[in-house]
Ligand binder design. Structure first.
Ligand SMILES: NC(=O)C1=CN([C@@H]2O[C@H](COP(=O)(O)OP(=O)(O)OC[C@H]3O[C@@H](n4cnc5c(N)ncnc54)[C@H](O)[C@@H]3O)[C@@H](O)[C@H]2O)C=CC1
Ligand SMILES: O=C(O)C1=NCCCC1
Length: 314
């Protein structure tokens, strides 16, 4: 008897089962803690392999993970391209393969782009809940692409900011962002203007040199540094990196992939999972940076969530 063919769960279906990124919060918190517990946490996740597609300014990332607690096995294939000439093609595209861990059969092929947008924003929200200063009033987003939207959605759902600001390299895109989302957003003409006095900052750009300077940042602010995922790319300058308490998703990945960490020589204080577990303090009164690179196990638990919901006919 042949095995059942895999199902395909496209972007629209994924969106339907994952209409709010916050649905992933419990699974992601557990995954972060399990990852940071080492072998005892049952997460097997190598640092992703990245293949440069040099003539085209692109990269292919391969992100496998197994989570024993969830008994879930996936790999994500993600491409990301700098300087996209055709703006109708997204800079990041992803597919997730979900296997039956008992026998290795492929169960599902899922669109990975919606999951990437939502799980990344949800992880930033987890970091923000733990690390932001008390009475945070101003949220600032630098960048106005896919991740800017997913971060806006979950941040405005979970937190009560009095003001949201956005800056983008091309103002047109920031204006479009402000007119598309459900709530007031102040469009700023410079990153410095956007950041000045902000309590929480999200950097979600394709920048390869710093767009956020320590000089501009209010002491005690929390920064989610989401872009700059190559060892020679930066979003944050040395001053900010060195004068903040630095949290990462994975120490091993940060020391392999993050230009902000490697080139600044900043010391890593903790993995986010260690804070979730309670083995490291959060220090919300200090200026904090969460350097997010994205982890395969986040995709594993998110894909399992969508697949289980789809299988249950929700
Ligand atoms: N940490 C994680 O888990 C993940 C991180 N990312 C990263 O987040 C960042 C944003 O991703 P998306 O929103 O999907 O990309 P996107 O292409 O949709 O948006 C990127 C934004 O950056 C701006 N930009 C491009 N070049 C720039 C430059 N040199 N300086 C300043 N701004 C520039 C663009 O105008 C655009 O608004 C990327 O760096 C991406 O690699 C993406 C997925 C997961
Ligand atoms: O985690 C991910 O997915 C990605 N992280 C960095 C850039 C490419 C996608």
């Amino acid at each position: 008897m042949g095995s059942t063919p895999p199902v395909f769960i496209g972007a629209e279906e994924v969106e339907k089962h994952l209409h709010r990124a916050s649905l992933l919060l419990p699974a992601l918190e557990a995954a972060l803690a399990n990852f940071s517990a080492g072998a005892a946490g049952g997460v097997v996740q190598p640092v992703r392999a990245v293949v440069p597609v040099q003539p085209h300014g692109g990269y292919l990332g391969v992100m496998p993970a197994y989570s024993a607690v969830d008994d879930a096995l996936t790999t994500k294939l993600v491409t990301f391209y700098e300087h996209m000439k055709d703006s109708s093609v997204p800079s990041h595209q992803a597919t997730i393969l979900l296997f039956d861990p008992r026998n290795g059969s492929l169960r599902a092929v899922l669109d990975g782009s919606v999951i990437t947008a939502k799980r990344t924003a949800a992880v930033s929200a987890i970091a923000t809940k733990l690390l932001m200063p008390a009475f945070a009033e101003v949220l600032c987003i630098l960048g106005a692409g896919v991740q800017a939207y997913s971060h806006y959605d979950i941040f405005t759902e979970l937190f009560s900011f009095k003001e949201v600001r956005i800056w983008n390299r091309t103002k047109e895109k920031a204006l479009k962002f402000a007119s598309s989302v459900n709530g007031p957003v102040r469009v700023c003409s410079s990153a410095q203007e956007a950041v000045s006095g902000a309590d929480v900052i999200v950097t979600v750009t394709m920048a390869t040199t710093p767009i956020l300077l320590g000089d501009w940042v209010k002491p005690g602010a929390h920064i989610n540094a989401v872009g700059a995922s190559r060892p020679d790319w930066r979003e944050l300058d040395d001053e900010l990196m060195k004068n903040s308490v630095l949290f990462v998703d994975s120490r091993e990945a940060a020391l392999t992939e993050s230009g902000d960490v490697i080139l600044s020589g900043a010391e890593i204080f903790a993995e986010l999972g260690e804070v979730v577990k309670g083995t490291k303090p959060a220090l919300p009164e200090k200026t904090t940076v969460f350097k997010s690179l994205g982890m395969a196990v986040e995709d594993t638990v998110a894909a399992k969530f969508v697949y289980d919901s789809w299988s249950a006919g929700n």
